[in-house]
Design a protein around this ligand. Structure first.
Ligand code: PLP
Length: 390
């Protein structure tokens, strides 16, 4: 006998993975350059040179036993100190190393946080469009997952929909800004209004409602700033990852930040550490902790993403597509002509153009394009988009 939920999660590949695998197979047949694969959010700019330099230095300068040994479960003090200093310099965050828990990226960070909040009957809300993994992460942690309908076409947050979804069982609201898949950045006004609502409801329900701020795209913004949520809503738990900001998705390094001002901060931190332990966390990869100790203040060079973003956004808009305002991340979210994103995706697939329908993100009728591809792919895809809208 097998656990059927686990079996279904493992046996059924995600729609994004399906498309990506299909793209690989087509590329082998018709040539890489003839497949316009906008399916997968794999960074297309290399990690900063300082990251590679840091690895070389660490391997030369540091005792091999230390480089490859276990660290403390919460993470090496030097890495946590470097991250705290960076957060304090940028956001005046008042972060101390003991508020940080290093782990293998945003995915395990989210799971540890969700598990730490999983009480009998507990619920987690996510605002559509949302990262599809939130649902299995929440449900496998023992929380009921509830989606809040999207604010089309601005893709900010519909407060009345959040209010309708909140119940005395709501333990957390998961936010992701810059957003995957919309590319939208929530404004300070949006976040302040949400904070006011959650503060009111938490006092009505008699327990905290945490915001879980999933921030792998924090540094990927184009001319806007991402408000620092713990200043707007103290009961915020930050889940951060270097997968996108330093182009390190295969290396698995990130952290959870539990601000001291958050309700039950120290107990919450301990519960997150305990949840990670129960999931088999031993420590974040030691070499990468040491890289972060040296590189926590590095920022990505976004020129290539920005050029792709503007070329695709302007090109699609000129062709008559409706596109959500892409201020961050590396995604465009586009309204499907004639309304059916699945039909549109199938039609596009026939022209070797791969895009992800919004259904899995809780937003049917729209589709996602990852513009972390070559500039040449962007330019050559535009005539194909032109054919598809006719
Ligand atoms: N959250 C969002 C919104 C993402 O888009 C991703 C990855 O694409 C993750 C979390 C997981 O990131 P990580 O590679 O850090 O586990």
């Amino acid at each position: 006998m097998l656990n059927q939920t686990c079996y279904a999660l493992g046996a059924n590949r995600s729609c994004i993975r399906e498309l990506f695998e299909y793209g690989r197979a087509r590329a082998a047949l018709v040539g890489e350059e003839n497949v316009f694969d906008f399916s997968l959010g794999n960074p297309s700019i290399p990690a900063p040179a300082q990251v590679d330099d840091a690895i070389r230095e660490i391997l030369v300068d540091t005792d091999s036993l230390k480089v490859h040994g276990y660290t403390s479960a919460v993470g090496d003090l030097s890495a946590r100190t470097a991250i705290a200093q960076d957060l304090n310099a940028r956001f005046d965050a008042n972060c101390a190393p003991e508020d940080l828990f290093l782990c293998g990226g945003a995915a395990p960070a989210l799971i540890a946080v969700l598990r730490s909040l999983a009480v009998e009957g507990g619920e987690a809300l996510a605002i559509a469009p949302y990262f599809p993994e939130y649902k299995p992460f929440a449900e496998s942690s023992g929380l009921r997952f509830r989606a809040v309908s999207p604010d089309v076409p601005a893709f900010q947050i519909r407060l009345e929909a959040v209010e309708a979804a909140l119940t005395p069982n709501t333990q957390a609201v998961i936010l992701n800004s810059p957003n995957n898949p919309s590319g939208v950045v929530y404004t300070a006004k949006t976040l302040e209004a949400l904070a006011a609502l959650l503060t009111k409801k938490a006092s009505e329900f008699g327990h905290p409602i945490y915001i879980i701020s999933d921030e792998p795209y924090r540094e990927l913004v184009y001319g806007v700033t991402v408000p620092w949520l713990p200043h707007i809503y103290p009961d915020t738990i930050v889940c951060y990852s270097y997968s996108k900001s330093l182009s390190l998705p295969g290396e698995r390094i990130g952290y959870v930040y539990v601000p001291q001002a958050a309700a039950d901060s120290r107990e919450l931190y301990a519960a997150i550490a305990g949840a990670a332990r129960a999931c088999g966390h031993v420590c974040a990869p030691s070499l990468w902790q040491q890289v972060i100790a040296r590189c926590a203040s590095l920022r990505p060079d976004l020129k290539a993403y920005d050029r792709n973003r503007l070329t695709l956004w302007q090109g699609l808009t000129r062709l008559g597509y409706e596109v959500a305002r892409p201020d961050g991340a590396f995604y465009l979210f586009v309204k499907a002509p004639r309304g059916d994103a699945n039909a549109f995706s199938e039609k596009a697939k026939k022209k070797d153009l791969l895009l992800v329908p919004g259904d899995g993100f809780g937003c049917p009728g729209w589709f996602r394009l990852c513009y972390c591809v070559s500039y040449d792919t962007i330019c050559r895809s535009l005539p194909v988009f032109g054919e598809l809208i006719r």
